[in-house]
Ligand binder design. Structure first.
Ligand SMILES: *Cc1c(COP(=O)(O)O)cnc(C)c1O
Length: 467
């Protein structure tokens, strides 16, 4: 199995090369050259498999001979051994036709753990095989940084630098990162916003000398391996609920479009899916795009679901590539227009293709708070603000008959990760699982730096073991 770039100008790579590269040289995103297929019989067979065993079969279709099957199986067993639910991604039934898919049973209580726990293991395997080291640099508004730190803290082939905006994260989010003490983990608090952190990471990736000297890798949601790992729970949950004989709708709280694109990939390889519903907060570019076809990157608006505060969802490029019939010249034009700050209009035929499988709705802060309260009143259940965005979108789409029955909404974070917001909406303070008892008392390890690219670069050069 080889991978090609959505912009058509980079050379094709193997899975392990794509894993380490993240972004393609031409600025595009990697996609499988051909789609493998799973049959209806395979889907029926998955019903009797554990999560890791199903993951081995599904992911194995895309890694081919690059990762030996036994290594793949071990890596997945190891990754999901740290989850506190035997099913890894269990379903919670809300009504006769509605479920939540709980993706927050990992070490940092958000769905990012599902992909990153596996990335940590498979990175180590690939790097040991090559005798290489790597430097991972990431910006986080909360969940990605914590998941990456917990995934790579035992790795001696990878150094991790996570930039977060000082004083902008919840205390729980910050401490999940800063209490980790390991020689390869570096927390950097920047005097600035998340956008400032992100801009610095982008600048470091664009600096060829810096990138090759430090062997920098990207593990943000454009990394194909993350999409791949996220495909698995769409398939295991659908199978548990009757696939292939039943097609479900998935409502996905969406930020960078990685999670819902994984659902698209699952459908692409053979899973029957009724609809994929994008749930947006006030950063609702994609909800508007489905009605007017206009793609205009915007400044982000701060909401109660910060992991979805994204004004330019990078993985959407992958969908445009697929739905335009893999027209890489068209993608180049669109992305060039976006790069000049202009935006672009999706041609009607491509928009029509997208609308065949996708629908969308958005939720305001007030609607999210009301939803958290009514879910608590009706089901005695606390949900986090991201999950509540999904539930608001689900209700709106059902009312307008854009989706039918049999709906799975993805629960992307544990409510205890956002205790203040949940308490304000419901009057109940969600309790952190007992394994976090030391979280609020433990010592923090973090370096505070100015919003200054040169300072950050020299700190990374000093502390990365690559040099
Ligand atoms: C990252 C994240 C999302 C958004 O996922 P994307 O793949 O970026 O669309 C939603 N909810 C939570 C809790 C997240 O951490």
């Amino acid at each position: 199995m080889r991978y090609i770039s959505t912009r058509g100008q980079a050379k094709s790579l193997t899975f392990s090369e794509v894993l380490l590269a993240g972004l393609a040289d031409d600025g595009g995103l990697y996609m499988p050259e051909v789609w493998p297929e799973i049959s209806r019989e395979d889907l029926r067979r998955f019903r009797d498999l554990s999560y890791s065993d199903a993951a081995t079969e599904i992911i194995g279709l895309f890694t081919g001979s690059d990762i030996p099957k036994a290594v793949l199986r071990n890596s997945l067993n190891q990754a999901y051994g740290s989850f506190r639910h035997k099913a890894v991604a269990p379903l919670y039934q809300l009504s006769g036709t509605d479920w939540l898919l709980e993706l927050h049973h990992g070490p940092t209580l958000a769905f990012k753990d599902i992909a990153l726990q596996w990335l940590g293991v498979v990175f180590d395997y690939v790097l040991k095989r090559k005798g290489e080291r790597r430097t991972i640099i990431a910006a986080t508004s909360g969940d990605t940084g914590a998941a990456a730190i917990h995934a790579f803290q035992a790795s001696d082939a990878v150094d991790v630098f996570v930039l977060h905006p000082k004083d902008r994260l919840s205390e729980v989010q910050r401490r999940m990162m800063t209490i980790v003490r390991a020689p390869n983990i570096h927390n950097i608090a920047i005097d600035g916003s998340f956008d400032d952190c992100q801009a610095m990471v982008k600048a470091m990736f664009a600096d060829d000398d810096f990138r090759s000297a430090l062997k920098v890798s990207a593990i943000n949601s454009i990394n194909w391996a993350r999409i791949l790992a996220q495909m698995v729970y769409f398939i295991t949950s659908a199978v548990a609920l009757g696939a292939p004989n039943r097609a479900l709708t998935y409502v996905v709280p969406t930020g960078n479009f990685g999670d819902i694109f994984a659902g698209f990939c699952a459908e692409r390889i053979g899973l029957p899916v009724a609809m994929l519903a994008i749930a947006n907060n006030d950063n609702d570019l994609l909800t508007n795009l489905l009605s007017d076809g206009q793609y205009r990157a915007r400044k982000t608006i701060a909401t109660s679901s910060p992991a979805m505060d994204i004004g330019n969802p990078s993985n959407f490029e992958r969908l445009l590539f697929e739905e335009s019939g893999r027209d890489d010249a068209q993608i180049q034009n669109w992305m060039a227009a976006l790069g000049c700050g202009e935006g672009f209009e999706i041609c009607p035929a491509v928009l029509q293709n997208i609308k065949r499988k996708f629908t969308a709705a958005s939720a305001s802060k007030e609607e999210v708070a009301t939803k958290m309260r009514t879910i608590y009143e009706d089901y005695d259940l606390l949900v986090d603000p991201h999950t509540a965005v999904g539930l608001v979108a689900m209700e709106k789409l059902r009312r307008s008959r854009a989706i039918g029955d049999s709906v799975v909404t993805l629960a992307t974070a544990h409510p205890a990760k956002f205790p203040e917001l949940v308490k304000a909406a419901t009057g109940q303070r969600p309790v952190l699982p007992a394994r976090f008892d030391d979280l609020l008392g433990a010592q923090e390890f973090c370096t505070n730096l100015a919003n200054d690219l040169d300072q950050v670069k020299s700190f990374i050069r000093q502390h990365a073991r690559q040099e």
